[in-house]
Design a protein around this ligand. Structure first.
Ligand SMILES: Nc1ncnc2c1ncn2[C@@H]1O[C@H](COP(=O)(O)OP(=O)(O)OP(=O)(O)O)[C@@H](O)[C@H]1O
Length: 279
């Protein structure tokens, strides 16, 4: 198996400027996190609000710089400290955000949303751009005709499908998904998670999947990294973590998750495992 992304001792500090009455404050949002994700696998990053998940996600997605550490994509180091990733690196890593309402430009037709990354980053002719966009819409479960429509005409789940389609247009190796289903209804969450699982299998994608929801993590993750106050307090395989959590913080996270959610998701986990085993 090939390692798609590796983080080594990543850190990120924020300096919050002081005022006349308050001293400047250094916030260590990410404190020396290391991980790796292979092709076709999912690393879930869990932790409560403020633990540093989004900060780490934005570094890995090459959106924000790191203060220290190293990031390797497909074995090649990325300049994350000066924040000068090459165009090639950028096209290998794409991000999907939590809010499918906010992440699509309301004035842009779906076709333009999808073809834009190709127009900006490749020499693909216009006709082929359209063909590829229509094929990708079908892959994410939407009819090709939506090409000429606008985002407001779609439900939350459909918009998230469009955002996923856009993220896949440059054939990335890695998707960084920051709470991609938490704004959706439960039944729609399951559909989008199934879609992500299918796309991962089809394109052999690596996922870094940020979530505060352990039932979602149990469904999607191969490995889990638990963040608390910027640190990785526990990391390992999903099986090990769910069957025998070691750190008190992980145990307290589990205790706060409703059992019903976990039970509801267990059946889907088993179904997916059976489907994977059958391939
Ligand atoms: N731009 C910024 N400037 C200063 N501090 C920041 C900035 N962004 C994040 N922080 C701080 O860094 C810490 C980690 O925040 P982060 O958003 O990464 O956590 P999170 O686990 O993703 O939380 P949430 O789930 O609420 O998004 C918090 O203390 C936050 O206040």
């Amino acid at each position: 198996m090939s390692v798609v992304v590796e983080g080594r001792a990543l850190t990120r500090d924020y300096l919050v400027p002081g005022s006349l009455t308050r001293k400047a404050k250094l916030i260590q949002a990410v404190k020396g996190i290391s991980f790796s994700v292979e092709a076709g696998k999912t690393l879930a990053i869990v932790g409560e609000s403020g633990s540093g998940k989004s900060t780490l996600a934005r570094i890995v997605a090459l959106i924000d710089p790191a203060s220290g550490g190293e990031l390797l994509i497909d074995g090649k180091p990325v300049d994350i400290l000066q924040h000068r990733p090459t165009r090639e690196m950028r096209s290998k890593v794409q991000m999907v955000f939590q809010n499918p309402y906010g992440s699509l430009n309301p004035r842009q037709k779906i076709g333009d949303v999808l073809t834009e990354p190709l127009a900006l980053n490749t020499n693909t002719p216009a006709r082929e751009r359209r063909e590829r966009a229509e094929a990708m819409l079908v892959k994410v479960g939407l009819p090709a005709e939506v090409y000429n429509r606008y985002p407001h005409m779609f439900s939350g789940g459909q918009r998230q499908r469009i955002a996923i389609a856009r993220a896949l247009m440059l054939n990335p190796d890695l998707l960084v998904l920051d709470e991609p289903v938490s704004a959706l209804d439960l039944s729609v969450q399951a559909q989008v998670l199934n879609l992500l699982a299918d796309l991962q299998d089809e394109f052999n994608l690596a996922y870094v999947f940020i979530s505060h929801d352990l039932s979602v993590v149990r469904y999607i993750a191969d490995d889990v990294l638990v963040m608390h106050k910027g640190e990785a307090v526990e990391q390992g395989s999903r099986e090990a973590l769910f069957s025998d959590p070691q750190h008190p913080y992980t145990r307290s996270l589990f205790a706060a998750t409703p059992v019903t959610d976990i039970e509801a998701i267990r059946a889907r986990v088993e179904k997916r495992a059976a489907m994977r085993a059958a391939v």
